[in-house]
Design a protein around this ligand. Structure first.
Ligand SMILES: *[C@@H]1O[C@H](CO)[C@@H](O)[C@H](O)[C@H]1NC(C)=O
Ligand SMILES: *[C@@H]1O[C@H](CO)[C@@H](O)[C@H](O)[C@H]1NC(C)=O
Ligand SMILES: *[C@@H]1O[C@H](CO)[C@@H](O)[C@H](O)[C@H]1NC(C)=O
Length: 421
C-alpha cells in the first residue's frame, strides 16, 4: 500500500512532462493495444497481401555433428522481425513510451517449424517468451533454441571431408502469399560463435526458396559448411594404417627358421581387419558414396593376404632340399637379379676378379654334367645356387616390393583424399 502511495506521489510530482511515463501510461497502452486485438488475425492492412517476416540466426555453438546418424545439433538465437500495424501507437499519448515488452502469446506471431528435425518437432517460438514491440508497429522477437536437424553426410574423402548442412524452417500453416519469409543477412551471424573442436566452420549462407518449384510454401535455409579438423583422424587412423602396411612387409626379414613368419603375418592381417571394423563404426554405412578409406583398407587387406601367400610359398622353396634341381628359368632369374651380368653384358668369371676356386669347382662339376653346358656363360656357378639362397633372394625382392607398394599406395590414397576434398 505504501509503495503504491509512493508511486502515485512520484507520478504526481513528475507532472505532465513528456518522456516521463508512469505506470498508468503503460497500463493504458496495454489496455488500448489489447482492445479488439485478435491473435488469430494476420497483421496485414490488406488481408490479401503478405506479412513480411525477416529472420536472422545468431549461431552460438555447434554441439555435435554425428556422421553416423547424419544429424547436427547446435544452439542458436533466432531473431524474427515483422510489422503489426495494430500494435503501433503515438508515444506522446502515453508519456513518451516508444517500446514495450509483451507476452508472445498475446500477439500474433509466425509459427516457424524446423523442416528436417532429427528428433521431435521443433518450433522456433516459445509461447512463454516475450516479444518487444515498438511504437511504429515493429515486433521483434528473439529466441534461443537448440536445434537437432538431420544433415546429408558425405564422408567420401574422410578425414579431409567438407560437410554441408542445410537446416531449414517454414512458416507453419501459411502460404508465402500470407507470410513472406525473408533473410536479414546473407550469412549466419557469428559474433556469438565459439569454435568447435572437431569442425571448422568454413562458411555459412542463408537463402529463401520455395519448398519445391512452384510451391506455395517457402523455406528459409541456413547452410553450414563444415570442414573436419583432420589432425585427430590422421593420428588415430591414417598413420596407423601406414604403419601396419609397412610393418607387414617386414615379415620377409624375419628369419624363416624362427617359425614366426605365418603368425606374424596373420597378426598384421588381423590388425588391419580390426582397424577396418573400428573405422566402419565411426563412419556411416553408406554406399552412396562409400568412403575411400574403406577401399584403401580393403586393398590393404588384400595386400596383407597376398603377403601371407607369398610367405607360405617362399617357405616351401626354402624348405626344399638343396640337391633338388632348380629350373633354368629360376637360375637365370637369380643371376640376373644378383647382378652377375649387369647391363646385359656377358661376364666371364675372370673379368669379375673373383673368378677363383668357386668357379673352378663349378667348371669341374659341369664336366660331369655335360647337359648343363648349353646354359649361358654366366650361369657357370649355377650349382652354387641353392633353394635357400633363391628363397632369401625372393625375400629381399618381396620386402622391397611390398614396402614400396605400401608407401606408394598410401601416398596415392592421401593424394586422392586431399585432391578430392
Ligand atoms: C500518470 O501521468 C499522467 C499524466 O502524464 C497523469 O494524468 C496520471 O494521473 C499519472 N498516473 C499515475 C498513476 O501517477
Ligand atoms: C514485403 O517485402 C516485399 C519485398 O521486399 C516488399 O515489396 C513489400 O512492400 C513488403 N511488404 C510490406 C508490407 O512491408
Ligand atoms: C541447401 O539449400 C540451398 C537452397 O535451396 C541449396 O541451394 C543448396 O544446394 C542446399 N545444400 C545442400 C547441401 O543440400
Amino acid at each position: 500500500m505504501m509503495a503504491f502511495m509512493i508511486i502515485i506521489l512520484l507520478a504526481l510530482l513528475a507532472g505532465k512532462e513528456v518522456g516521463a511515463a508512469n505506470v498508468s501510461d503503460t497500463q493504458n497502452l496495454l489496455t488500448d493495444l489489447s482492445q479488439d486485438y485478435n491473435v488469430n488475425i494476420r497483421p496485414a492492412v490488406d488481408q490479401l497481401s503478405p506479412v513480411n517476416v525477416s529472420l536472422q540466426m545468431y549461431l552460438k555453438s555447434i554441439m555435435e555433428f554425428d556422421e553416423v546418424q547424419g544429424s547436427i545439433s547446435y544452439t542458436a538465437g533466432f531473431l524474427m522481425i515483422w510489422e503489426d500495424y495494430r500494435l503501433g501507437w503515438d508515444p506522446l499519448r502515453y508519456g513518451g513510451l516508444t517500446k514495450l515488452t509483451v507476452p508472445l502469446k498475446q500477439i500474433w506471431f509466425p509459427e516457424l517449424i524446423l523442416v528436417s528435425p532429427a528428433t521431435d518437432r521443433t518450433y522456433l517460438a516459445n509461447t512463454q517468451s516475450k516479444a518487444r514491440i515498438w511504437s511504429g508497429g515493429e515486433v521483434e522477437y528473439l529466441e534461443g533454441v537448440m536445434i537437432e536437424s538431420t544433415c546429408d553426410v558425405n564422408v567420401k574423402y574422410y578425414p579431409f571431408d567438407l560437410q554441408s548442412c542445410n537446416t531449414s524452417f517454414m512458416a507453419l500453416g501459411y502460404y508465402q502469399t500470407e507470410v513472406y519469409l525473408m533473410r536479414r543477412t546473407e550469412s549466419i551471424d557469428l559474433t556469438l560463435y565459439h569454435g568447435n573442436s572437431m569442425w571448422t566452420l568454413e562458411s555459412t549462407s542463408v537463402s529463401v526458396a520455395d519448398i519445391s518449384t512452384g510451391s506455395e510454401e517457402q523455406e528459409v535455409f541456413f547452410t553450414f559448411n563444415l570442414r573436419r579438423k583432420p589432425v585427430y583422424a590422421v593420428v588415430t587412423v591414417l598413420l596407423p594404417i601406414l604403419f601396419l602396411g609397412t610393418l607387414n612387409a617386414f615379415v620377409f626379414l624375419l628369419i624363416p627358421e624362427s617359425g614366426e613368419r605365418i603368425g606374424y603375418s596373420i597378426t598384421t592381417l588381423l590388425s588391419i581387419a580390426v582397424y577396418m571394423t573400428i573405422i566402419m563404426s565411426t563412419l556411416p554405412q553408406s554406399s552412396d558414396p562409400t568412403p575411400l578409406i574403406f577401399y584403401k583398407l580393403l586393398v590393404d587387406l588384400a595386400y596383407s593376404s597376398l603377403i601371407i601367400v607369398a610367405v607360405i610359398l617362399n617357405m616351401r622353396l626354402h624348405a626344399k632340399d638343396d640337391d633338388a634341381s632348380m629350373p633354368k628359368f629360376f637360375v637365370s632369374f637369380y643371376l640376373a637379379l644378383t647382378c652377375r651380368g649387369c647391363g646385359g653384358k656377358p661376364v666371364s668369371p675372370a673379368s669379375h676378379g673373383f673368378a677363383t676356386d668357386k668357379n673352378v669347382l663349378t667348371l669341374n662339376e659341369m664336366k660331369t654334367k655335360p647337359d648343363e653346358l648349353d646354359m649361358p656363360v654366366n650361369s657357370v656357378d649355377a650349382k652354387k645356387i641353392t633353394w635357400k639362397k633363391f628363397s632369401s633372394l625372393l625375400d629381399t625382392i618381396f620386402f622391397v616390393l611390398f614396402i614400396f607398394y605400401s608407401f606408394l599406395s598410401f601416398a596415392v590414397f592421401l593424394g586422392v583424399l586431399v585432391g578430392g576434398a
